[in-house]
Design a protein around this ligand. Structure first.
Ligand SMILES: C=CC1=C(C)c2cc3[nH]c(cc4nc(cc5[nH]c(cc1n2)c(C)c5CCC(=O)O)C(CCC(=O)O)=C4C)c(C)c3C=C
Ligand SMILES: [Fe+2]
Ligand SMILES: [Fe+2]
Length: 347
């Protein structure tokens, strides 16, 4: 009879299985980031990202010539300049914030599970990370994409990458996925507490804007729940902070290409509010687990300038949860709930 404690290897020897903590892994997956803030490093990163049919769903024969003929000739240089504005001695903020979060989560989860980080695009890749874990005896894998709101373009694409990795394994592990945590009470509490703490230190602005990454509106019409989940997060945050819809607004940032994306757009909203006499605008980005190009450059630099040029006094960016104790506590509770009742796992 097969035993959970031993298995018989190819040589016929009985090999002791790894401890439960090693057999259960939590794979955090974030988007990925270029290796350097240079056009040379941006090109392969953007090529991989923008070739993903979950991100851009045009027929390949139509998209390929545009991507390779136009986009990958122009965008790498422009994006490299933007990354150059936020790059630090430790490298890309998305990478080191994600690494710090993974380490902090490991400390809290202790022996219950091994925590490992992978990136959807670039390194460390999802497939090689999972392959390495299986070589080390991992048999249960909980995948936690670092996207609070589900979108086919982000979470769905992580699920694809994990499914592709499974196809290459002779003995795939058991699998569970966290699809989203947009309304998780621990997550909402972490967001609200971090905004309140920031207000305690810096004072409250005239209005609070919640800026989420956008996606094409067409994807929502096709059934992507992303927009609903962003609005649900905003509703829960407003309720917890005691704000109404005029005091706490929602907008969508980072539009790429010519299609209509989710609206209202963040840049237009920031300019409109300045024009209406808002002097101090606080902006938080609850869709980003950690700070990255889209928060540190697009919001805290570009949109800060748009606001000032349109007559506002100061746009103040409230940092992402990053590796804060509140985020780690919230995610650890979420992980424990997903591991519960999983035969063989420690919790
Ligand atoms: C072109 C389509 C894009 C879709 C759809 C999209 C969805 C989406 N993205 C994130 C999170 C992040 N995106 C980031 C950067 C980024 N996003 C796109 C394009 C789309 N994103 C591009 C081309 C880039 C690269 C930078 C640039 O050239 O402008 C980042 C930051 C990465 C970093 O290194 O810091 C994050 C995070 C989500 C959550 C999402 C769907 C909901
Ligand atoms: Fe993006
Ligand atoms: Fe952007």
């Amino acid at each position: 009879m097969p035993s959970h404690d031993h298995y018989t290897g190819p040589t016929g020897l009985s090999i002791p299985a790894a401890a439960a903590s090693v057999q259960t892994a939590v794979l955090l997956v974030n988007l990925g980031t270029p290796a350097a803030p240079t056009a040379g490093a941006l090109r392969p990163y953007l090529a991989e990202f923008l070739s993903d049919p979950r991100v851009i769903d045009y027929p390949r024969w139509k998209w390929w010539p545009i991507l390779h003929g136009v986009i990958l000739r122009v965008r790498p240089k422009r994006s490299a300049h933007a990354y150059g504005r936020i790059w630090t001695a430790q490298g890309s903020p998305l990478r080191w914030h994600s690494e710090a979060l993974a380490r902090a989560l490991q400390t809290v989860l202790g022996e219950d599970a091994r925590v490992v980080l992978a990136m959807r695009y670039g390194e460390p890749a999802v497939a090689s990370t999972i392959a390495q874990l299986t070589r080390e005896g991992m048999r249960r894998l909980l995948v936690l994409p670092l996207y609070p709101q589900y979108s086919a373009t982000s979470t769905g694409s992580v699920i694809d990458a994990v499914a592709d990795a499974m196809k290459t394994l002779r003995w795939p592990p058991e699998l569970r996925f966290v699809n989203d945590y947009h309304d998780d009470p621990g997550h909402i509490e972490a967001l609200a507490a971090s905004i309140e703490r920031w207000w305690d230190e810096h004072g409250r602005g005239d209005k609070l804007l919640l800026s989420f990454h956008g996606i094409p509106e067409r994807y929502v019409r096709l059934g992507d729940p992303y927009a609903d989940q962003c609005h649900a997060t905003a509703r829960l945050l407003r309720a917890r902070l005691g704000l109404d819809e005029t005091q706490c607004l929602v907008s969508f940032q980072s539009r790429v290409g010519r299609e209509t994306w989710l609206s209202p757009y963040t840049d237009a909203t920031v300019r409109r509010l300045a024009g209406e006499g808002v002097k101090r605008l606080d902006v938080a980005c609850p869709g980003f687990a950690v700070d990255c190009l889209e928060t540190l450059e697009e919001i805290a630099m570009q949109n800060r300038d748009f606001f000032a040029t349109a007559g506002g006094e100061s746009l103040r960016y409230i940092p992402a949860l990053n590796d804060s104790a509140a985020q780690v506590r919230g995610l650890a509770a979420l992980v424990r709930r997903h591991l519960r009742g999983w035969p063989g796992s420690a919790t």
